[in-house]
Design a protein around this ligand. Structure first.
Ligand code: AMP
Length: 403
C-alpha cells in the first residue's frame, strides 16, 4: 500500500481529500472534532516535509448549492489551531480565484477549499469537475476513509489525473490495514459479534464472515428473529417476519462451516419501548405477550464474555440492546468490557460500524481496543467484501508499479 510515508513532499503541493464532516450546533460550533483531529498526522507529514496543502472535503448534504450551515469555513479556526499556522480559505473549490490561490501557495502554507458538495458534479463523479480539482495539486492523497465507498469526483475520479502520484493518508491506511488484518491474517479463535436492529442490515456481513470466523455471536434486535425462527416465543420484540428463512439459513451455514453460533439465552424485557418501562429478565424463548426484549440478559452476558475473552481476533458491529436507554445498556456495556479485557490479553479488536462505535465512545473505551473505525458505511462495505471505489482508484496505479 502506497502511503504518505513513501513520499517526500518537499516543494510539492499535495491535494488532500479529508473527511471534515463534523457535527455543528446552531451557532456553528463544532460539537465533535474527532474527524478533523484524525486527519492531522497526514497533513503534518506534508508540512513537515516542506510541502504545501490544498485540503478538500465534503460537509453535510447540501442540495448542490452553497448553504451557510454546510460551509467548511466553520472548521478554519480549529484547523488553524491544530496545524499551528494560518489557513487560507477558498470560497469555492474550483474556479479562477481558487486556482490562483493554489498556484501561489508556498511551502508550509495551507489552503482549505469550500465544500465540494456545493457542486452537483461532486456526487456524480463528473470528470470535468474532477479535472479542475486535480489542477490544484501536484500529487493526490486520499485520507477520507469515511467517504471511500462513494465513487465521487473528489474521492475517486480525481485520482485518475495523478498517475504515479497518488497515495493514502495515515488514517485511510490504518483502516484498510485493519480490514485486511481481520479478513486475511486473523489469529484464531476469531469471534465476530453482530448486533443492532435488523438481520437485513447485517446479512451481507454475516455471509462474508462465515468462512473466516470460529465464533459468531448474535445480539441486539436481530437476535429475536433468530429465536422466533427456531420456534421461540418473543412477544412484541422486533422481528423481521420476512427474514425468518434467512436466519435459519445462517444457522444451517454455521453448522456446515463449523462456526459456533451463539444466540442469547436470556433477555431483559420491557412492557413498552421506553427507558421508564417496567423491566424484568426472562428466558429469550418464552417472552410473554405484550413484552419486548430490549437487551441481553445476565446469563447471556456471561456466556458471550467467556467466548470473547478467549478470542485472539474480535470484530464488533452493533449494540446488544437499546443502549441509548440507560436501563437497557447493561448488555452492550458488558460486551464492551469483555472486548477491552480480551485486548488487554493480546487480542486484536476492531470496532466497526455506527452504533458500536458510538457505544465504545460513550463508555470512553476508545483507547482500550485495537481500532475504532471512523468510517461507518465504508467499514461495513469493506467487511462485506466490496471493493471501495476510493481505494481502488488509488491502488490501480500501485498495482501497475508493482508489475
Ligand atoms: P444498527 O444501526 O443496525 O447497528 O442498529 C442499531 C440500533 O439498534 C440502535 O439504535 C439500538 O437501539 C437498536 N437496537 C438494539 N437492540 C434492540 C432491540 N432489542 N430492540 C430494538 N432495537 C434495538
Amino acid at each position: 500500500m502506497k502511503t504518505v510515508d513513501d513520499f517526500n513532499f518537499k516543494n510539492v503541493r499535495a491535494l488532500v481529500r479529508v473527511d471534515f464532516n463534523v457535527p455543528l450546533d446552531n451557532q456553528f460550533n463544532i460539537t465533535d472534532d474527532t474527524r478533523i483531529r484524525a486527519a492531522i498526522p497526514t497533513l503534518k507529514k506534508v508540512l513537515d516535509d516542506g510541502g504545501s496543502l490544498v485540503i478538500m472535503s465534503h460537509f453535510g448534504r447540501p442540495k448542490n448549492l452553497p448553504e451557510e450551515k454546510f460551509s467548511l469555513k466553520h472548521t478554519v479556526p480549529l484547523l488553524s489551531k491544530l496545524l499551528e499556522r494560518p489557513v487560507i480559505f477558498a470560497k469555492d473549490c474550483i474556479g479562477a480565484a481558487t486556482k490562483s490561490l493554489a498556484d501561489n501557495l508556498k511551502p508550509g502554507q495551507v489552503l482549505l477549499l469550500e465544500n465540494v458538495r456545493f457542486h452537483a458534479e461532486e456526487t456524480k463523479g463528473a470528470e470535468g469537475f474532477a479535472k479542475e480539482l486535480a489542477s490544484l495539486g501536484d500529487v493526490y492523497v486520499n485520507d477520507a476513509f469515511g467517504a471511500a465507498h462513494r465513487a465521487h469526483a473528489s474521492t475517486t475520479t480525481v485520482a485518475k489525473f495523478f498517475p504515479g502520484k497518488k497515495m493514502f493518508g495515515y488514517l485511510m491506511a490504518h483502516e484498510l490495514e485493519s480490514i485486511h488484518k481481520l479478513m486475511n491474517q486473523s489469529r484464531k479463535p476469531f469471534t465476530a459479534i453482530l448486533g443492532g436492529a435488523k438481520v437485513s442490515g447485517k446479512i451481507a456481513i454475516i455471509s462474508n464472515l462465515m468462512d473466516k470466523v470460529d465464533n459468531l455471536i448474535i445480539g441486539g434486535g436481530m437476535a429475536y428473529t433468530f429465536v422466533e425462527a427456531l420456534g421461540g416465543k418473543v412477544g412484541s420484540s422486533l422481528v423481521e417476519e420476512d427474514r425468518l428463512g434467512t436466519a435459519l439459513q445462517v444457522v444451517a451455514d454455521a453448522i456446515s462451516k463449523n462456526v459456533k453460533l451463539y444466540i442469547p439465552t436470556d433477555t431483559v424485557i420491557a412492557d413498552a419501548f421506553s427507558n421508564d418501562a417496567t423491566k424484568k429478565t426472562c428466558d429469550i424463548k418464552a417472552i410473554p405477550d405484550g413484552w419486548m426484549g430490549l437487551d441481553i440478559g445476565p446469563e447471556t452476558e456471561k456466556e458471550f464474555a467467556r467466548v470473547i475473552e478467549s478470542s485472539n481476533t474480535i470484530l464488533w458491529n452493533g449494540p446488544m440492546g437499546v443502549f441509548e436507554m440507560e436501563n437497557f445498556e447493561h448488555g452492550t456495556k458488558a460486551i464492551a468490557d469483555a472486548v477491552v479485557n480480551a485486548t488487554k490479553k493480546g487480542a486484536y479488536s476492531l470496532i466497526g460500524g455506527g452504533d458500536s462505535v458510538a457505544a465504545i465512545n460513550k463508555y470512553k473505551m476508545t483507547d482500550e481496543v485495537s481500532c475504532v473505525s471512523t468510517g461507518g458505511g465504508a467499514m461495513l462495505e469493506g467487511l462485506e467484501g466490496h471493493v471501495l471505489p476510493g481505494v481502488a482508484a488509488v491502488e490501480e496505479d500501485v498495482e501497475k508499479i508493482a508489475k
